[in-house]
Design a protein. Structure first.
Length: 573
């Protein structure tokens, strides 16, 4: 059971991560950040929409120019943006003005800032390069120490970590600490890099079904983003990670945002527990109503040529074994009716359909819904992940890494790598019917998509209940159906043709599917206004088309069930 403790086993034992030991200083920092309007909306208002959008694309210059143009009253508001989002150095006076409560000493105590190497002739607002391990900077004496204070230069401070404003479904304004990226601190990332708010973490957060649950698990928490969201609809959240630094960042983030997250900072274990360990090892023997994971799923060559492994993305197993292991083992830690959602990569071997391999990961007796959102070639995959860690900046290392990726995939006859989401559910009873669905959706979908996935699963359960009744001759025949509000029909025909050659239904929301209809199925959909049951509509079409045989009605209703499953038709309330 969760312990009501203060996480003493994680009490500041990682010197390279922010410190969450002094709760009073954390509270003062939160007040200062609030006073600066250091929020998603506040930063956008300060920078302007164009510069803010460019910042989201890792283009920092427009934001830097906007901060330099900030008028007097907004100068203090620009300081945290310059410091933590842009990687610029700032003066002690600027920090004191922006953070009157916590001050420079408090920021340093929290390990959010550090002294910047002093560079002679450095201009205000420009980043100070880090010369550690290199030669003396231009203008310094032959024996000068680049990290030593320069008597003619005012001391400057730089970010020790990134501290980014964030908004979630928890409510209120939140802040997330993580390691600085390569745009803010140039050079390849360290192997124990703690990733911040990235595209994959946002994708997962938008995909998760937000049904209220008792116990939830955030497996491979990173900096804690998924835990933030889980706390909005879970009584208790367990977070795990193999990285001490990741757990330290998560601890800091949870305590900094404790009021908004509904956490008592004096007794945080009442709502959250932290566990160190790999995959499911830290929670063996426990069960959860919901498991969410953005695991280190990146397929990394296990041989030389790629430099260091990165703990935030490399699970330490060959090929797609990290995903296959989780898909196979996660149902074992779910309560009856509990669900798991994760992102992942899977290999597609030469000459086989994309879904064959990952279908084999799903254990028998489990509901599964797997959506492939993207497929890359080995060349595209190598390019993506070598650039992700800024490894492309060293040409020789980049060539060696690229060769290692291609050789690794060739050894397993891999011609493609799929990316997407996996939903798993443990049946409530062993006798429950289960369904495994795999589909490829590469077009844009509505976000957040989680509510639409939840509605689709509900329709699937509704259909499953009627399938069980079908043996008695009931099924959906006695149900009233309606066309979903977002659905439109398209008809295409050649000029002069009497009838359309193509009839399509399109969804404007959710997964935005398009489906091709037969003439009889189009006629059925057009009659779904809630006045007649599905069986009555099918019977009328049988008479109209002179198809009185039972097989026609049965096959038509099976096609209708698929339209319900995909959300084109809905059960009438």
């Amino acid at each position: 059971m969760p312990a009501a403790d203060a996480w003493p086993e994680f009490d500041d034992d990682v010197a390279s991560a922010p410190s969450g030991r002094d709760l009073a200083v954390l509270a003062v920092l939160a007040d200062d950040l609030t006073g600066l309007d250091y929020t998603v909306e506040g930063v956008e208002a300060l920078l302007g929409p164009a510069a803010y959008a460019a910042l989201g694309r890792d283009q920092l210059v427009p934001a830097l120019l906007a901060c330099r143009r900030a008028p007097g009253p907004d100068a203090a508001r620009a300081t945290p943006v310059l410091l933590w989002l842009l990687g610029e150095t700032v003066t002690e006076q600027e920090l004191t003005r922006a953070f009157p409560g916590v001050g420079v000493a408090g920021l340093e105590q929290l390990r959010l800032i550090e002294r910047a190497p002093d560079v002679p002739g450095e201009s205000t607002g420009a980043s100070a390069p880090d010369h550690a391990g290199g030669g003396a900077p231009d203008g310094a004496g032959a024996g000068a120490d680049a990290g030593a204070p320069h008597p003619s230069a005012a001391p400057r401070w730089r970010a020790a970590v990134e501290l980014r404003p964030y908004s979630s479904d928890v409510g209120g304004h939140l802040w997330v600490a993580s390691d600085l990226g390569s745009e803010q601190r140039p050079g390849p990332l360290p192997h124990d890099h703690v990733l911040g708010i990235g595209g994959a973490s946002l994708t997962l957060a938008q995909t998760v079904l937000r049904t209220p649950v008792g116990r939830a698990l955030d497996l491979g928490t990173g900096c804690g983003i998924q835990a933030f969201h889980l706390l909005a609809h879970a009584d208790h959240v367990t977070v795990t990670d193999i990285s001490d630094r990741a757990l330290a960042f998560t601890r800091f983030n949870l305590l900094l945002n404790a009021p908004a997250l509904g956490i008592d900072p004096e007794r945080p274990g009442l709502r959250v527990s932290l566990r160190r360990g790999s995959l499911l090892e830290p929670v063996r023997g426990e069960e959860f109503d919901l498991v969410v994971s953005n695991p280190p799923f990146v397929i990394t060559p296990r041989t030389g040529g790629t430099g260091q492994a990165y703990t935030y993305r490399d699970g330490g197993l060959a090929g797609d074994a990290i995903v296959s292991t989780l898909v196979r083992d996660l149902p074992g830690v779910l309560t009856p009716g509990g669900a798991a959602q994760l992102l992942g990569n899977w290999e597609i071997t030469e000459g086989t359909p994309w879904d064959r391999r990952i279908r084999g990961f799903v254990p028998p007796g489990v509901d599964a819904w797997i959506i492939q959102r993207e497929q890359l070639t080995p060349v595209q995959y190598a390019e993506t992940w070598l650039r992700d860690a800024a490894e492309h900046r060293d040409r020789e290392a980049y060539v060696a890494g690229f060769a290692a990726y291609l050789a690794d995939f060739a050894a397993r006859d891999v011609e493609g790598i799929g990316f997407g989401s996996v939903w798993l559910r443990r049946p409530r009873t062993p006798s429950d019917l289960t369904r495994v669905t795999l589909e490829e959706i590469t077009h844009d979908i509505e976000q957040p998509v989680g509510p639409h996935l939840a509605a689709a699963i509900g329709r699937g359960d509704w259909l499953a209940a009627h399938t069980e009744q079908a043996a008695s001759g009931i099924g959906i025949a006695d149900e009233f159906l309606l066309v979903a509000e977002d659905v439109t029909e398209e008809r295409h025909q050649k000029p002069g043709a009497e009838h359309p050659g193509v009839i399509l239904l399109r969804q404007g929301a959710g997964l935005r599917r398009t489906t091709l209809l037969s003439t009889e199925l189009a006629g059925f959909a057009s009659a779904c206004d809630g006045d007649l049951t599905a069986g009555q509509i099918a019977g009328a079409l049988a008479l109209l088309l002179d198809r009185p045989d039972a097989a026609f009605t049965s096959e038509l209703l099976l096609d209708v069930e698929q339209l319900v499953r995909e959300g084109f038709l809905l059960p009438a309330p």
